[in-house]
Design a protein around this ligand. Structure first.
Ligand code: CTP
Length: 420
């Protein structure tokens, strides 16, 4: 057998070998699992490595950290540790385990197990493959549910009918993987999924987990596709009835994507990009509906306020922005006080001419260097005080609107009007 059939990057391969050797010394078995294995077959290896140990994962992580001069960053109640290896990255180490769900949607009760049961607790066949890391069978594939075949045939397939009842967040995962990898949710899996949704399984999921799933979707390359699909499948309505009302608004999603990439291209930074998405998803709801959805998705009070405010203010604002004879200075007065998230949201909702007007404004303002500075006013002997901000603003407005063609004109105006 070839020693590196998957063309794993040399340093990753070295690490996997070291993990295998450590397992051998400890009399345990270690496997690379989950998304890491899936992405190897998709030839798009991710950065994160997931290791599952038949033995004691927590202790194994400590030993691996000692061996690699790394540190163990976190533990979870499921016996998972994150080992941070300097110059390499992060490796998740978990104990092979079974999971049973006492009530649907709750967090599972966990027990140590072998790798076969560990794979059986997983969401989809494509995520239920493992590579043995022990030296004798190094990189031998364990694929009890034919995940590789599904990957090749383009299918997202759950392992058993109750998978979505056990963990309804898998509905979001199915859609996310389907859109990311351009695969199709297999018909029987889709049936299981829809059955679980109709039985109101979403009600059993905490707002925190729901929000997290939305955030993961917003982090994908094409979130709009996943949101659209969730709407078509009827999932959004089961998250909250008001979310299901937004069919018409979802047509704005491609324009939101276009606007987000415009902002990125022009290096306009967001503090909280998710907010743009939440604003778009929740827009045109009544304040009461907006509040209901915000609560369900655990938006903070401040986030809720932003959502409600932008939903109430945006139609009027867009109407004003559409007026034909609007000088650039007025555009600046309207737009500059807004947070980038709200600016982006507005632009995403705008008609094509207003979109263009806003885009031109943002480009102009990005490259704008005010011709008049405070130090010029000082040089004219104007005493510092509140008049400064007035004069500077007037000068900027004149520059934006083209009333001043160049700096000397502004200086002449200041001298004549304000310098005594
Ligand atoms: N998993 C699962 N059910 C979930 C979440 C995770 O069965 N609700 C399992 C899957 O086997 C998955 C692995 O845990 O592959 C790791 O989960 P995660 O890191 O969330 O997903 P990845 O598959 O690595 O996907 P991504 O590329 O989005 O990180």
């Amino acid at each position: 057998m070839k020693t590196n059939p998957f063309k794993i990057a040399p340093r990753t391969l070295r690490l996997l070998k070291q993990v295998g050797q450590l397992a051998y010394q400890r009399g345990e078995n270690a496997y690379a699992v989950g998304g890491f294995v899936r992405d190897l077959f998709l030839k798009s290896p991710g950065m994160d490595i997931d290791i599952t140990v038949e033995g004691d994962g927590l202790d194994f992580a400590q030993a691996l950290a000692r061996k690699m001069k790394a540190r163990v960053e976190a533990f979870t109640r499921f016996g998972t540790s994150i080992v941070i290896i300097p110059g390499f990255g992060k490796v998740d180490v978990a104990t092979a385990r079974t999971e049973t769900y006492e009530t649907p949607g709750s967090l599972p009760v966990v027990e140590k197990s072998g790798i076969a049961q560990d794979l059986f607790r997983r969401d989809f066949t494509i995520n239920a493959m493992a590579l043995n890391l022990s030296s004798v069978s190094f990189l031998k594939l364990l694929d009890p549910f034919r995940g590789l075949e599904d990957l090749k045939k383009g299918r997202i397939r759950a392992l058993h009918p109750l998978s979505f009842v056990d963990d309804p967040t898998r509905v979001f995962r199915a859609v996310r993987f389907e859109q990311r990898f351009q695969k199709k949710i297999e018909p029987e899996t889709e049936k299981w999924m829809l059955e679980s949704i109709r039985q109101k399984s979403m009600n059993t999921v905490s707002g925190e987990r729901l929000r997290h799933e939305f955030e993961l979707i917003f982090g994908e390359a094409h979130p709009e596709r996943a949101v659209k699909r969730l709407g078509e499948l009827g999932v959004l309505a089961y998250v909250h009835p008001s979310l299901g009302l937004l069919v018409e608004k979802r047509q704005k999603l491609p324009q939101l994507i276009k606007t987000l990439s415009f902002f990125k291209k022009n290096k306009i930074a967001f503090e909280d990009e998710e907010m743009v998405w939440f604003q778009t998803l929740l827009l045109s709801l009544s304040p009461a509906q907006g509040e209901g959805v915000s609560k369900r998705l655990m938006l903070s009070r401040n986030e809720q306020k932003i959502v409600v405010q932008s939903a109430t203010v945006y139609p009027e604002m867009l109407k004003t922005l559409a007026s034909k004879k609007m000088p650039a200075s007025q555009l600046h007065r309207l737009l500059s006080p807004l947070a980038p998230e709200t600016q982006c949201f507005l632009m995403a909702m705008a008609t094509p001419p207003v979109w263009k007007k806003m885009a031109d404004y943002f480009v102009k303002i990005k490259n704008l260097k005010p011709w008049l500075r405070g130090r010029d006013l000082k040089a004219f002997g104007i005493p510092p005080g509140f008049r400064y901000s007035y004069i500077l603003l007037e000068a900027l407005n004149g520059q934006l609107d083209g009333r001043f063609k160049k700096r000397p004109e502004i200086l002449r105006w200041v001298k004549k009007t304000f310098a005594s």
